[in-house]
Write a protein that binds this ligand. Structure first.
Ligand code: GLY
Length: 423
């Protein structure tokens, strides 16, 4: 008995998921929508408007889809999982209500307060003047977060009161009624990401990673969706992982169940490691991008049965297995990203995927035989090795072979882990 899958999404994360699912011995046919040229090498692209939930449900009935896997947050927050489940279709991904863990920072902070989950002190404001007063009272450093989805860019860590006041003004400028900001105390420590798969009742640990949010080497420049990542995050010891699961993940799932919005899908916790232990910075309700690329390279187990078990509330016996080798991903972006950039430049050639590295497509499209850049983050060159340092050497060697003059990348992905390896 095989499993037909529809994968929703078109980024590097979804290419990595497609690459892994395509290797499953229990896969029937893998479809993807909207997909991209990289995903098209692993899946049949379905010409579907993913915002038309009725059309997606009809496609699933027609193609006898056994599981829909939703990659990005926007369709989740828009309720695609609810609409498909209402038609009896198994979906890996949370309901719109549960996706508020990512979609609303205020929702998550309130849950943390109710459940005693360690996180920064905070206050929510829908009034700009009250928010400004709070900033003046608390002083800097202080963190200002726009409520709602912001593709990883709605957070300002303000080092001065002036910066924080400007961030508050930015959040409210031209914003519709009901707009909120969350203002948080600044937390000091190293950041790491922890991933779990949840089936509504329970969570299964699904790896750690660290990403590089700033655009340029040395962690300078504007925030991006992520310029590279590696896994595992060596700073996350077994003890820290156990504490994060016990003190953060499990109470979160319990709180979501108690609120009548059980969480099923990927729970991606952004953590800060303080001297007193791990604290939650924020949740995402999906795999990280490019963190997914490194997790998929490291995952030894067949992903597809695990996603099905999660979708069916049946993760009790799930014990994912991992390769020992760490993995690292270098994101290649269009010059100008995350500011303004020009789409449509030609990617003249890419290295062949081989044992050394895999090039996951994020923002590409085909124009006849030509491959064009079609976004800010365009490619994710991903490799594994006996050490993070070896994985980096392999990923950077493949990156250097890309013939795309408009592309740029950071040259220091994995720096913290490599420094640790070097002692
Ligand atoms: N790489 C960060 C994110 O996926 O949100």
């Amino acid at each position: 008995m095989t499993t037909n899958v529809l994968l929703i999404g078109s980024g590097g994360r979804e290419h990595a998921l497609a690459w892994k699912i395509a290797r499953s011995p229990v896969l029937g046919t893998l479809y993807a929508a909207p997909g991209n040229p990289g995903i098209a090498t692993n899946a049949t692209i379905a010409a579907l408007d993913i915002t038309d939930h009725a059309a997606v449900a009809a496609f699933c009935a027609d193609k006898r889809i056994d599981l829909v896997v939703v990659g990005p947050e926007a369709p989740l927050v828009a309720g695609i999982a609810d609409a498909l489940r209402a038609e009896g279709i198994a979906v890996f991904g949370p309901s719109a209500e549960a996706a508020q863990l990512e979609g609303s920072k205020g929702f998550t902070k309130d849950l943390c307060r109710r459940m005693g989950i360690p996180t920064a002190d905070y206050a929510r404001f829908s009034d700009a003047e009250a928010a400004r007063d709070h900033v003046r009272r608390e002083g800097a450093p202080i963190v200002v977060k726009a409520d709602g989805l912001a593709a990883g860019k709605g957070v300002t860590v303000a080092e001065t009161v002036e910066q924080a006041l400007a961030a508050v003004d930015d959040c409210f400028a031209g914003a519709p009624d009901g707009t909120e900001v969350v203002i948080e105390a600044f937390m000091e420590g190293e950041e790491a990401s922890l991933f779990c798969l949840a089936d509504g009742e329970r969570a299964v640990f699904f790896g750690t990673a660290q990403d590089h949010k700033r655009a340029f080497d040395g962690d300078v420049g504007p925030n991006t969706g992520g310029m590279g990542a590696y896994s595992p995050a060596t700073v996350m010891t077994g003890e820290l992982i156990d504490r994060a699961m016990r003190e953060i993940i499990e109470p979160t799932l319990a709180g979501m169940r108690a609120a009548g919005t059980p969480f099923q899908g990927v729970l991606y916790a952004g953590l800060i490691l303080m001297t007193t232990g791990p604290k939650l910075i924020e949740y995402n309700a999906r795999f990280g991008d490019p963190e997914c690329q490194v997790l998929m390279l490291r995952l030894k187990s067949d992903l597809l049965p695990i996603l099905l078990q999660a979708a069916k509330g049946d993760l009790a016996s799930c014990r994912p297995e991992w390769h020992d080798d760490p993995a690292l991903c270098v994101v290649v972006a269009t010059s100008g990203y995350p500011g303004s950039y020009v789409k449509g430049s030609e990617i003249v050639s890419l290295p062949e995927d081989d044992d050394r590295a895999i090039v996951f497509h994020a923002g590409t499209r085909r124009d006849g035989a030509r491959l064009l850049a079609d976004g800010g983050r365009v490619l994710g060159v991903t490799a594994s090795g006996a050490t993070v340092s070896e994985a980096a050497v392999k990923a950077y060697a493949a990156t250097a072979e890309i013939d795309w003059p408009q592309g740029f990348w950071r040259t220091d992905i994995g720096r913290r882990a490599i420094d640790r390896e070097d002692g």
